[in-house]
Design a protein around this ligand. Structure first.
Ligand code: ATP
Length: 257
């Protein structure tokens, strides 16, 4: 299936000094076949939300369901066949090649590289073709530029071939052309292979044009709808704190004043 549901979810961190609540009472259903972007200003809680819905971070309260079952009821190996995650954190040092790193995406189905079945190899190659990184196949991953490395991590998630893909700022290091290519690739994957793809981004204009749905985190709460509905509701009109950048509803674009 590939459906994420949150019920009265409170997210944040438990510190020694007390609890830091980042966002409260989040109830959303994120469905398969949709590209869903997660927007909000720096520090609002996007990564915290993504980590909570992928089971890395425990909720403060409330629940996360994957395909109608509480996320904590899945073993990590079963969860890794349901959900793949691309975070912004650097990997521990190693001398893996690009191919080997992407092959790790097949680990939920195999044990190690020498046990790759033809099906695994074709998934790995397909992921490299889709992300346009075949030419990097034999490079060591520490030799890559930030943008190339970002594509490799996305390829690994695609090779993992899960019904749900969650990505934290996958387009940060990409130039405009490659950002657009990535957004279109994710949209095609969501729609044509019926995956639920959720990703955070600061590329507001691209998210407005290419997402099926948007989750917008603001200080006064969380909004979730199609781009057009959210624009109609006026939620982007005061996206930024002052009037330096304003939202032009007619053209569905942000403009610098
Ligand atoms: N591991 C952590 N422990 C405690 N607090 C944290 C931790 N990670 C993040 N925070 C805090 O939670 C808040 C939300 O951070 P988060 O990284 O989720 O925001 P974000 O919307 O992803 O930001 P950005 O767009 O800048 O990446 C911030 O105040 C941050 O300092």
């Amino acid at each position: 299936m590939g459906v994420i549901q949150t019920k009265n979810l409170n997210i944040g961190y438990d510190h020694k000094k007390g609890t830091q609540v980042i966002a409260e009472d989040i109830s959303v259903v994120l469905e398969s076949g949709k590209l869903i972007s997660l927007l909000g200003s720096n520090g609002i809680g996007k990564s915290t939300f993504l980590k909570t819905i992928s089971g890395i971070l425990a909720p403060l309260s409330g629940s996360v369901f994957i395909d109608d079952q509480p996320i904590e009821s899945y073993s990590s190996s079963i969860l890794s066949q349901k959900l793949s995650l691309v975070l912004t954190e650097k990997l521990p040092e190693s001398s893996l090649t690009v191919y080997e790193l992407i092959a790790l995406g097949r680990q939920p189905y195999t044990n190690w590289l020498d046990q790759l079945a033809p099906q695994d190899i074709s998934q790995i190659e397909n992921a490299m073709v889709l992300t346009d990184i075949m030419h990097l196949k034999n490079k060591k991953y520490y030799e890559l530029s930030d943008g190339q490395f970002q594509k490799v991590l996305i390829a690994r998630a695609i090779a993992q071939d899960t019904p749900i893909i969650i990505l934290d700022e996958p387009s940060t290091h990409l130039d405009l052309y490659h950002k657009v290519k990535l957004f279109k690739l994710l949209k095609n994957l969501a729609e044509n292979t019926h995956k639920c793809i959720v990703f955070s981004t600061h590329d507001l204009d691209l998210a407005l044009q290419l997402s099926n749905q948007i989750i917008l985190m603001k200080r006064d709460g969380l909004y979730f709808d199609t781009p057009d509905q959210l624009i109609k509701q006026g939620v982007f009109d005061h996206f930024f704190d002052d009037e330096t950048i304003i939202f032009d509803r007619n053209n569905k674009q942000f403009r610098i004043r």
